[in-house]
Design a protein around this ligand. Structure first.
Ligand SMILES: NC(=O)c1ccc[n+]([C@@H]2O[C@H](COP(=O)([O-])OP(=O)(O)OC[C@H]3O[C@@H](n4cnc5c(N)ncnc54)[C@H](O)[C@@H]3O)[C@@H](O)[C@H]2O)c1
Ligand SMILES: [Zn+2]
Length: 379
């Protein structure tokens, strides 16, 4: 299978910044060559998920990746970071920064984030602030990070007040997504990534949504060419939106479909693994569709069709199955106040008129939302 290379270019930027996203198989063993121009004669700090180690018998892809980088760069350091959202906090962040500085890095040093969305977010954020910002590269190793978090430059950590409330926009120099690395990914994490994939179809591409309906079984058995297609298509849709609105002044907020609900749900899960991001997104998108239908904005048949696809991809679709999180509608309403999309005390939600037609609703009626949540959560 030939790899695909996408380019994301910020057309409105006077410096005409752009970077490549490479998607394919057998990329990691050649990473040193692919990245040579970025790593030669520099200090490189590989911040990696602690699932991976330098032991040859553990994970051949990480081992080969590290060897290939070492062959093209003499000065390489490693920092191991625990996967899972609990890691995205200010204490772990501080430890990473102090370790980086202990390697006597300079402004030409480079970070490679090797892991899922958690490693990408925290390593990217560390790169954005250390020495007032150094370059970084994303090597995503979960489906979720390959289709979403490694692209677009959002980096950050969680606060006690909520998810991703501390962070920076910091674009990577390049993204390398090797499908082979997904072989070891637990199934639950694979399904979670699919939630973000379905999201893209729902936002603005009904053809992609229908393709997912058709290819569901093949995707679930990891057909490599289907995986390459979903990663490529997801990155294309995301890149198109991000390049026109890098800092989320407007349309980029559409990528947040389901996330206002999801972030609130994750908050109640205390980031301890009872519910993971993609699962919360799946429930959150179903809630966004149900709420759209509740307001009379979206046909019920569309909402049912969306829920059916999430179910087929083995994802949770209702908050009721997660009673162990002790959710209540009143507490959910409290969490919404912390959402980054809100402006001037008005609640903003991404809602849908139909499959493939999301829009930004800037002034959601609190009464309506409360009634809806009472019905969905407390009933
Ligand atoms: N920056 C963005 O634009 C953006 C977008 C979407 C999500 N996110 C963030 O991404 C995070 C979720 O990312 P995630 O789902 O990748 O979670 P994660 O990084 O926690 O990885 C999930 C689990 O898989 C393990 N793992 C990683 N790669 C593996 C592999 N190849 N084989 C076996 N195990 C592996 C990790 O150790 C972890 O236990 C959330 O914090 C979310 O907020 C950010
Ligand atoms: Zn997400």
């Amino acid at each position: 299978m030939k790899p695909t290379t996408l380019n994301i270019s910020f057309s409105k930027d006077i410096n005409k910044r752009s970077y490549d996203i490479q998607i394919g198989t057998n990329l990691l063993a050649n990473a040193g060559l692919i990245l040579r121009k970025f790593i030669e004669n520099r200090k490189v700090i590989v911040i990696h998920d602690n699932y991976f180690s330098l032991n040859e018998n553990d994970n051949e892809y990480f081992y080969k990746f590290a060897k290939s980088i070492e062959a093209n760069c003499k000065n390489i350091f490693f920092i191991s970071v625990r996967g899972g959202d609990k890691t995205k906090n200010i204490i772990e962040f501080n430890e990473i920064i102090e370790k980086m500085l202990s390697f006597e890095i300079d402004r030409e040093s480079l970070v490679i984030a090797f892991g899922g969305g958690v490693v990408g977010d925290i390593a990217g954020f560390a790169s954005s602030v250390v020495l007032r910002g150094i370059n970084f590269i994303q090597v995503p190793t979960t489906l979720l990070s390959q289709v979403d978090s490694s692209v677009g430059g959002k980096t950050g950590i969680n606060s006690k007040m909520g998810k991703n409330l501390i962070g920076a926009f910091h674009q990577p120099l390049v993204v390398i997504s090797d499908i082979n690395i997904l072989e070891s990914l637990p199934k639950r994490e694979f399904y979670a990534g699919l939630a973000e994939v379905i999201k893209y179809g729902l936002i603005n591409d009904i053809d992609f949504f229908e393709w997912l309906e058709k290819e569901c079984e093949q995707i679930l058995i990891y057909n490599p060419s289907k995986l390459q297609t979903i990663i490529t298509k997801s990155c294309e849709i995301k890149a198109e939106i991000v390049k026109n609105d890098e800092k989320e002044i407007g349309q980029r907020a559409l990528l947040n479909l389901g996330h206002t609900f999801a972030h609130a749900i994750e908050y109640f899960g205390n980031y301890d693994g009872r519910i993971i991001h993609g699962e919360a997104v799946s429930i959150g998108i179903c809630l966004a569709f149900k709420f759209s239908s509740f307001l009379g904005l979206c046909d019920d048949t569309d909402t049912k069709r969306v829920i059916t696809l999430f179910n087929r991809f083995k994802l949770p679709t209702s908050v009721k199955g997660f009673k162990k999180l002790h959710l209540s509608s009143t507490e959910m309403m409290e969490r919404f106040k912390f959402d980054k999309k809100n402006k001037r005390n008005q609640l903003t939600f991404i809602l849908n008129n139909s499959i493939g037609k999301s829009f930004i609703h800037n002034n959601v009626d609190v009464e309506n939302l409360t009634q809806f949540l009472d019905k969905e959560i407390n009933a």
